[in-house]
Design a protein around this ligand. Structure first.
Ligand SMILES: Cc1cc2nc3c(=O)[nH]c(=O)nc-3n(C[C@H](O)[C@H](O)[C@H](O)COP(=O)(O)OP(=O)(O)OC[C@H]3O[C@@H](n4cnc5c(N)ncnc54)[C@H](O)[C@@H]3O)c2cc1C
Length: 478
């Protein structure tokens, strides 16, 4: 493999957005991930909230990057045609004892420079959100906050970076990193190598393992799981804002929020787990999700839950992001401890990392032909009937509905299998097109999607996986 200017470990939203920012410049960049797709770590399983910025301790890197990150994120989501909405959030107190927390968060938000914060009484808040609990006594209304689809943002950022020259290498599980006078060599478990002058470590819950490989592990990732329940679109309009309860030492508490695709999401819990792959859901924590979600919005019908899932936060002691050039290993950039609000801060983190590289002497010459825009992944579904008919006349595969729950056509699935970063497995198609995301969770469409993946990637049906690495769906041909 050629020697790149920059290697990035981890194709989550952090590594993906750094890759996109770097793709503006005349630099060769290689993005490495151990998975069969991008956005398979914390980035695929979180609340999808663009946090307003009232929560981080003033003076921390989180506070700084959250304050600047909100507008940068909305701007990037717009350019990349990724679903996002500034729906605003509400933080709710449920008693006279909790009321001072709302005032404290308001003051903290002002100190962090956050615009549009308002303190409301329970009744004022219920006028805006009629389904809020009658128990709610005081509310912080965060008007700059929003929601975004986190995995679509990452797919789009990586796709856009690739369209601008970045190379993505999947199934590259870094098992060692060596440094010599020319830079870094990353070794994959299967013996492949990737070389680069600079190395940016964005490996999420495994960032400390990679720091150890270069002899600069000065922090330990503390993996903290958050469990969620996702409800059918029938419940999607219970609230229009994202509804939080007052935060505790474990995080921002259980929220209830609409998602960008019209569902209702409630969670997450917070519990330390073994590692970043501990993504099982448990009766114990889902019961808490249901109870506390129902505390904010009592009318939620939990019989409408269509799936549950867990995401794992890559937390560190001290709680702040660790983003800096290594003191010990020249050219190695730590991007660690990226737990919440890491999604909100993905663009501000990327710009911060670019400044670190510039200060280290990396020459950044802008490309004259850089294009930061990307086609809408859901363009077809947004067309008028006349426009759809025209597309179908030119390409009849857009006339064939494959996923009935989410109304996804064969044409959209084939496009996802062919567009950077191409979908190689069932979950990859699901995250790009939403086929399998609906009420039946892929019960009807999975076999047909598998057939399309096999046809369009020249693979045998028995080799098609759910999410790479031996997750075969079929064992033999009947
Ligand atoms: C429950 C939960 C709720 C959250 N809610 C929000 C929210 O509402 N708003 C918000 O702003 N933030 C939220 N966050 C935080 C946000 O999700 C994360 O900050 C963000 O997704 C981190 O992205 P990342 O790219 O750093 O990490 P990841 O997405 O975890 O990516 C790391 C990547 O590194 C790869 N990797 C790991 N080890 C290796 C290796 N050895 N070799 C090669 N590749 C490797 C992995 O495959 C993975 O793709 C939440 C997080 C969680 C878990």
């Amino acid at each position: 493999m050629e020697r790149f200017d920059i290697l990035i470990a981890g194709a989550g939203v952090t590594g993906g957005m750094i890759a996109r920012e770097l793709s503006r410049y005349q630099l060769s960049v290689c993005l490495l991930d151990k998975a069969n797709d991008v956005a398979t770590g914390a980035t695929k399983a979180n609340s999808g909230i663009v946090h307003g910025g009232y929560d981080p301790e003033p003076g921390t890197l989180k506070a700084q990057l959250n304050a600047s990150g909100v507008e940068l994120l909305f701007e990037a989501a717009k350019m990349l045609n990724v679903p996002h909405r500034r729906n605003g959030s509400m933080v709710c107190a449920f008693s006279e004892e909790e009321n001072p927390v709302i005032d404290m968060l308001y003051e903290r938000g002002i100190e962090n420079g956050i615009p549009g914060l308002k303190v409301l009484t329970g009744d004022q808040a219920r006028e805006i959100e009629p389904n809020l609990s009658q128990q709610i006594t005081k509310v912080l209304h965060v008007t700059n906050a929003g929601i975004v689809c986190p995995y679509e943002l990452t797919i789009a950022a990586v796709g856009n970076a690739m369209d601008n020259g970045v190379q993505l290498v999947r199934n590259f599980e870094i098992s060692d990193v060596k440094k010599d006078d020319e830079g870094f060599t990353a070794y994959a478990k299967d013996g492949r190598q990737a070389k680069g002058r600079y190395f940016i470590n964005c490996a999420g819950c495994f960032a400390d393992d990679i720091a150890e490989m270069v002899g600069d592990k000065f922090y330990q990732i503390i993996p903290r799981a958050g469990e969620y329940m996702l409800l059918d679109k029938a419940e999607g309009s219970r609230v229009s804002h994202t509804i939080f309860q007052t935060p505790s030492k474990d995080g921002k508490g259980i929220l209830v929020t609409p998602t960008m695709h019209g569902n209702l999401l409630t969670g997450p819990t917070a519990a330390q787990v073994e590692n970043g792959e501990s993504t099982e859901t448990t009766g114990k924590y889902l019961e808490i999700v249901q109870r506390l979600g129902g505390k904010s919005i009592p009318s939620v019908n939990f019989r409408q839950v269509i799936t549950s899932f867990t995401g794992v936060r890559a937390s560190v002691a001290g709680g702040d992001f660790i983003i800096r050039m290594s003191d010990k290993v020249d050219g190695f950039v730590h991007v660690a401890g990226i737990d919440s609000p890491g999604l909100t801060c993905c663009v501000s983190i990327a710009k911060y990392v670019l400044d670190i590289l510039k200060n280290a002497g990396v020459e950044m010459i802008e490309k004259s032909d850089w294009d930061g825009t990307r086609e809408d992944m859901h363009a077809f579904s947004k067309m008028s009937i006349e426009e759809k008919n025209e597309v179908i006349r030119n390409n009849p595969s857009y006339g064939k509905i494959i996923c009935r729950c989410e109304t996804v056509t064969e044409g959209e699935i084939i496009a996802a299998i062919n567009k950077n970063p191409v979908a190689l497995d069932l979950d990859g198609v699901k995250r790009r097109t939403r086929s399998g995301m609906g009420r039946c969770q892929g019960g009807f469409c999975s076999s047909y999607v598998m057939k399309l993946i096999a046809q369009h990637t020249d693979t045998a049906m028995t080799d098609v996986t759910k999410n790479g690495d031996g997750s075969y769906m079929l064992t033999e041909k009947m």
